[in-house]
Design a protein around this ligand. Structure first.
Ligand SMILES: [Zn+2]
Length: 216
């Protein structure tokens, strides 16, 4: 069995190699699209390294993100300029959709429709006791990335419910470092200078307390 090597230090050690690899793939997509400079070659490389080599999908010739558009990954000379011009909007749309879905998971109440959609569409499924990502060839780029996150999240849902953080400012995904801070990264976290009274109620405490409103 091969173990994917350069794991980011911030990645939790959960599940097996496949789950960690899927999480790394999703987080890497968000990282490489954060600065907005990813070109066709970079996208093709991300797909090769994290999707094709992992056995998630065969090599794609076209990437889709409806209704924003489609882009050929290896266009002919005449089509290269158009493909490069179309790519940023496709990447931005895909990135925003992925972040929206992940933010839903940490919202209150939690919105996990993307997980159910991934299962319903067969983009994630159980194989040999593990969740695996198997998006169809016509899946949008955001759907491919979300299927990778779904593999990791479905493998240890309670961990992600407790620890997943998505930064409101930069979209960075991390795992809770400061109790109650779920919508900021280390860079954009509110100053923790011992002044505690204005901090938002830590979710864990809020959950531990009986709800005034009773059941819903
Ligand atoms: Zn941030």
């Amino acid at each position: 069995m091969t173990t994917p090597t350069p794991l980011q230090p911030t990645l939790p050690y959960l599940g097996g190699a496949g789950e960690r690899r899927a999480l790394l793939a999703g987080m890497t997509f968000l990282e490489v699209t954060e600065a907005g400079g990813l070109d066709l070659t970079g996208l093709a490389r991300w797909l090769d390294d994290h999707v094709v080599d992992a056995g998630v999908m065969p090599r794609l010739s076209v990437v889709l993100e409806p209704p924003t558009g489609t882009v050929a990954l290896r266009p002919g000379v005449g089509a290269l300029a158009q493909a490069n011009a179309d790519l940023p909007r496709i990447l931005t749309t895909a990135r925003l959709r992925v972040l929206d879905a992940l933010r839903g998971l940490i919202a209150s109440p939690s919105d996990d429709r993307f997980l159910r959609a991934c299962i319903f569409l067969g983009r994630v499924r159980r194989e040999d006791g593990h969740w695996v990502a198997r998006p169809e060839a016509a899946a949008p780029l955001s759907g491919i990335v979300l299927s990778l996150f779904a593999v990791a999240i479905l493998s240890d849902r309670s961990f992600y419910d407790r620890q997943l953080c998505v930064c409101d400012t930069c979209g960075r995904v991390s795992f809770e470092l400061v109790e109650g801070v779920r919508r900021a990264c280390a860079t954009h976290a509110p100053r923790a200078s011992g002044v505690n009274h204005k901090a938002t109620t830590p979710r864990s405490k809020a959950l531990g307390r009986a709800r005034k409103t009773g059941s819903t």
